[in-house]
Design a protein around this ligand. Structure first.
Ligand code: 2M8
Length: 398
């Protein structure tokens, strides 16, 4: 069985795995921030920075703080925290769409400093900053850090409330699948059924197909739509004031909003228990649990839907960050029926995946094979967090 009972050890040599994960983070450190991976993603990404800071917080307070502060230094005047901060030392053309595509310098409210993208990503940063503070080896330093980042985090949340809630629902909209972080998920397919006008997307070269197996990555049709949507938003100056009237893609994404909620410390305890039970039931059903007991949890898309694809980016493979989000949510609800067992199974699955296939970007739910880039930072950072949290809960020295 997949099952590991709560409290049971899930890894034979925890220290070795943590050290290995630490090596990934060391190799991906640039001096100012951590890149997600040397091959596919050579700049700083927004929600990656939050996951990475959480992993680093256990023993590298300074780098954890620096990861978050480098990102937040690129915040726009509106409060928007961009989804990519470009490293000027990386050759132009190493990633598409790069700084020349986004043209952030030409946009109102872009800060002085490195170029950025014009989109945002799930706002996990306040939660990450608090974790960094909570685990700080130097509490005085951590307090000063929190005082510095607090106004920026408040501005980020304020931006979402003021500029990204055009319908007044209390939920933020995303204007592009890239803002969800789960860019290529089948849930966006319907909203992406848009006609790209001929000539609207100038020719471009996809670097992801050079650096990863094309079978792991979005199709060309999906990519054209991603690029078209980004161009549409860019050409309106990244102006959020007329979103309802002018955005071809406008979605109140549940994951983005749950992260916003968790980050804003609207504590998970206010979630009605019925929702938690329903989520657990879904996760234990044929939709998210492969029948083979030796398989891996949790697929990123519904296993029995026609769109499910076991290896293609965000359309089915298991990702360590979404596993970690589900695991953490379950740990906050110890009383939910079956929640603790499921959390233990997910934790065991995460460890089995990286032990078997290394620090890959995503994994096959049936075989555990690794896909996408290698030495992927959030896989390493979040397994550090998982192992250290479990060790601390069991009263072991981390
Ligand atoms: C992926 O997204 C970028 C675009 O932002 C890409 O495909 O080039 C996503 O998995 C996203 O969630 C992640 O933040 C990023 C870097 O790891 O890669």
């Amino acid at each position: 069985m997949l099952a590991v009972r709560p409290g049971e050890k899930i890894v034979s040599d925890r220290q070795a795995l943590i050290q290995d994960a630490q090596g990934v983070l060391d190799r991906n450190w640039t001096g100012a921030s951590t890149i997600p991976s040397r091959s596919l993603y050579p700049h700083q990404w927004s929600w990656d920075a939050a996951f990475i800071a959480i992993g680093r917080s256990w023993q590298e307070q300074r780098r954890a703080e620096q990861d978050l502060e480098t990102l937040l230094a690129a915040q726009w005047a509106s409060g928007m925290v961009p989804h990519i901060v470009f490293n000027p030392a990386v050759p132009a053309g190493a990633y598409f769409p790069g700084p020349e595509f986004w043209d952030s310098a030409g946009a109102a409210g872009h800060p002085n400093g490195p170029a950025t993208s014009g989109l945002t990503q799930p706002p996990l940063h306040a939660l990450a900053a608090l974790e960094v503070h909570r685990r700080a080896q130097d509490p005085g330093r951590a307090r000063a850090f929190l005082e510095r980042v607090y106004p920026r985090l408040a501005a980020q949340h304020d931006y979402l409330a003021r500029r990204r809630d055009p319908a007044g629902h209390g939920l933020a909209v995303i204007v592009h699948p890239w803002e969800s972080g789960m860019d290529n998920a089948p849930v966006w397919d319907e909203d992406l059924e848009l006609a790209v006008p001929p000539g609207a997307v100038p020719p471009y070269r996809r670097h992801d197909l050079v650096n990863a197996d094309p079978g792991d990555r979005p199709t060309q049709a999906a990519y054209d739509r991603f690029v078209y949507l980004a161009i549409t938003y860019r050409d309106k100056g990244y102006d959020d004031s007329r979103l309802l009237a002018g955005s071809p893609f406008l979605v109140e994404d549940p994951l983005f909003n749950s992260i916003w909620c968790a980050s804003a410390h609207a504590p998970a305890e206010i979630v009605p228990a019925g929702y938690v039970d329903a989520i657990i039931a879904d996760l234990r059903s044929e939709h998210f649990r492969p029948a083979d007991p030796g398989a891996f949890l949790v697929p990123s898309s519904d296993l029995v839907s026609p769109e499910f694809d076991r290896r293609r980016y965000w359309r089915g493979p298991v990702w360590i960050n979404t596993d970690w989000l589900v695991w953490r949510g379950l740990m906050q609800h110890p009383a939910a029926t079956g929640g603790a067992e499921l959390a233990a199974e997910i934790a065991a699955s995460m460890v089995r995946l990286v032990s078997r296939s290394g620090w890959r970007e995503y994994f096959d739910p049936f075989t555990g094979a690794g896909y996408g880039s290698a030495d992927f930072s959030w896989s390493a950072a979040l397994v550090i967090d998982l192992l250290r949290t479990l060790a601390a809960d069991q009263g072991d020295k981390p």
